[in-house]
Design a protein around this ligand. Structure first.
Ligand code: PLP
Length: 396
């Protein structure tokens, strides 16, 4: 009956997590998966979240289905965070947002919607990108190409990338990372974004910005620079956002898909079809995480507390980058490690070869992805000296 079914070898990142779990060596360090751990190596429960949870738990309530589009208070909170409360496009009613199952759910709903209404167009992801971008867009029926992005010396291959964008046909979908590029940590400057958005406008491309690390690069507002600039330039923008990392609510699946439209009439059409897309996949989103996120974002006190907590996570990651840079520069002075401090967000492209990554895993129990991507947020005061020593050994 099922012999014809193709074997699924597993997801490379999730399989590595399993291998790590089963590794008996006590010194092991997991720098593979994109999860923020605190200085004790634990996934944090944010105080802002804890207070919102406690308040909700005090008044148990029934759990009816949410509407297809999700919780109103949550959807407004997403809009305010991404676009800024006073964005005129919000007052004009031309931005629609649906609550989704994490950032992945937002990508899926957006990709299904786009493929249905723009069936001829192709989607393009950065080379490299988070693997599931390709998976989700191909899963929605797209042919997916890549655009040049990463340059180990300059960070972003800006000229090659913009030259490529200038060759694309109208309505091509570009999946872009507004901040904290995964996996490279190499971001564009604001000036570079302005240029890219100008090309997008001229060539009538469709930007699809995926923001999963807002607040981990610069701050909550500056990380949304590209998003807000695209709205100001009246581009037909798609934004998928995720609270998995910045609220540390991975398992609750809290995300959102926003579509910026030319006017309210078209926004209403898009909103209807987004709801229909949701209805045909999972009908309605989960409630708990959305209530918690909305409670945190809508209380001035909890919001201020949360903002502080996000910046503490960001600063800890930056401190780890600085420390690793310092130790490695001391040990191998003729090699340039400035990329560790230039890259932003949770990830760093280390430039290690597959062989070096395997040596780190086999000889030192330090786990990175084969691509050389390291999750900097897995470093802490107790393991950084060990990791730096292991890096220095394999780099020598
Ligand atoms: N987009 C990017 C760039 C990511 O790195 C991730 C998660 O690692 C996601 C989307 C998915 O977010 P979520 O876990 O909320 O589905």
């Amino acid at each position: 009956m099922y012999r014809h079914i193709e074997y699924y070898p597993g997801d490379p990142i999730l399989s590595l997590v399993e291998t790590f779990k089963n590794d008996p060596r006590p010194e092991k360090v997991n720098l593979s998966i994109g999860i923020y751990f605190d200085d004790e190596g634990k996934m944090p429960v944010l105080e802002s979240v804890r207070r919102a949870e406690t308040a909700r738990a005090a008044t148990p309530a029934p759990s009816p289905y949410l509407p297809m589009e999700g919780l109103d208070a949550y959807r407004s909170a997403v809009q305010h965070l991404l676009f800024g409360k006073d964005n005129p496009a919000l007052a004009q009613g031309r931005i629609v947002t649906v609550q989704t199952l994490g950032g992945s759910g937002a990508l899926k709903v957006g990709a299904d919607f786009l493929h249905r209404w723009f069936p001829e167009v192709r989607a393009y992801v950065s080379d490299p990108t988070w693997d599931n971008h390709r998976g989700i867009f191909e899963g929605a029926g797209f042919e997916v190409g890549t655009y040049p992005y990463y340059d180990p010396a300059a960070g972003v291959k800006f000229d090659e990338m913009t030259a490529f964008f200038n060759t694309l046909p109208e309505h091509s979908v570009l999946i872009l990372h507004p901040c904290c590029h995964n996996p490279t940590g190499a971001d564009m400057s604001e000036q570079q974004w302005d240029e890219v958005l100008h090309i997008i406008k001229t060539r009538k491309l469709i930007p699809f910005m995926d923001i999963a690390y807002q607040g981990f690069g610069g701050d909550l507002d500056s990380d949304a620079y590209a998003v807000r600039k695209a709205v100001e330039m009246e581009l037909p923008l798609f934004v998928s956002n995720s609270f998995s990392k910045n609220l540390s609510l991975y398992g609750e699946r809290v995300g959102g898909l926003s579509v910026v439209c030319p006017n309210k009439e078209e926004a209403d059409l898009v909103f209807g079809q987004l709801k229909f897309t949701v209805r045909r996949i999972y009908s309605s989103p989960p409630a708990h995480g959305a209530y918690i996120a909305a409670d945190v974002m809508s209380s001035p006190e909890l919001y201020a507390l949360w903002q502080n907590e996000v910046y503490m996570m960001r600063d800890r990651i930056r401190a780890m980058r600085q420390k690793l840079y310092g130790v490695l520069t001391d040990r191998i002075p003729d090699r340039d490690f400035t990329y560790f401090i230039k890259q932003r967000g949770m990830f760093s492209y280390t430039g290690l070869s597959v062989e070096q990554v395997r040596r780190l895993r086999d000889e030192f129990a330090v786990y990175l992805l084969d691509s050389g991507r390291m999750c900097v947020a897995g470093l802490n005061a107790s393991n950084i000296a060990y990791v730096a020593r292991a890096f220095a050994e394999v780099l020598k």
